[in-house]
Design a protein around this ligand. Sequence first.
Ligand SMILES: Cc1cc2nc3c(=O)[nH]c(=O)nc-3n(C[C@H](O)[C@H](O)[C@H](O)COP(=O)(O)O)c2cc1C
Length: 206
Amino acid sequence: MDSKKIQLCLFKQILSEQNLMAMKKVLAFSGSNSSASINQKLIRFAAEKVQKAEVTVVDLRDYNAPIYSMDLETESGIAEPVKNLLETMSGYDGFLISSPEHNGSTPAFFKNIIDWLSRADRRFFNGKPIMVMGASPGGSGAGSARAQVSKMFGHFGGKVVAEFGLANFHKHLAENDELSITDADTRAALDAALKNFEAALTTVEA
Ligand SMILES: Cc1cc2nc3c(=O)[nH]c(=O)nc-3n(C[C@H](O)[C@H](O)[C@H](O)COP(=O)(O)O)c2cc1C
């Protein structure tokens, strides 16, 4: 190889290393404790579509905590799984979160974890960008739950920069029971939301 080609190769290698170093990290999870969660399926689908960040998908069932009570907090302090979640969250630049809807609200399971987190650190999102999603079997795409968590996250230092709702979830299932959004409008809405989220991620300081 001549020296110009070697120089070009080295230049490309340095660029790709810098790119890797600058790669933002996203933590993705749903607010469901169902083993067959449609919101966790949506999270996995959306995570695959993120191009300019490294996404880690976790299952909030691994951070389950007893129902919050002031007595319990006074007796035993912040629940251990919540401390672990807070520690995990601190290592990420942004969040992809999908909330199910239970009776027009976010499920008690997720609200409980949010309540615990708020006791551990009132600004647990620490100014970082969030994309809020929600999937439902019906026509709203968990719209009420999305509105509710979006408002709530603002109280905890979260910046909701993008939203996406997936209505009629079961119409978007492939034969292997995995999510496959083939409808052009729905796909375009998800792509647009992810683009806004990824753009916001680039503004997060290292
Ligand atoms: C107690 C309960 C209440 C529900 N309420 C609503 C509701 O208000 N709106 C809605 O769209 N779906 C509602 N659903 C249906 C959920 O959207 C559906 O169970 C969905 O699969 C939950 O998300 P997940 O699978 O990610 O847990 C409700 C389900 C349960 C069990």
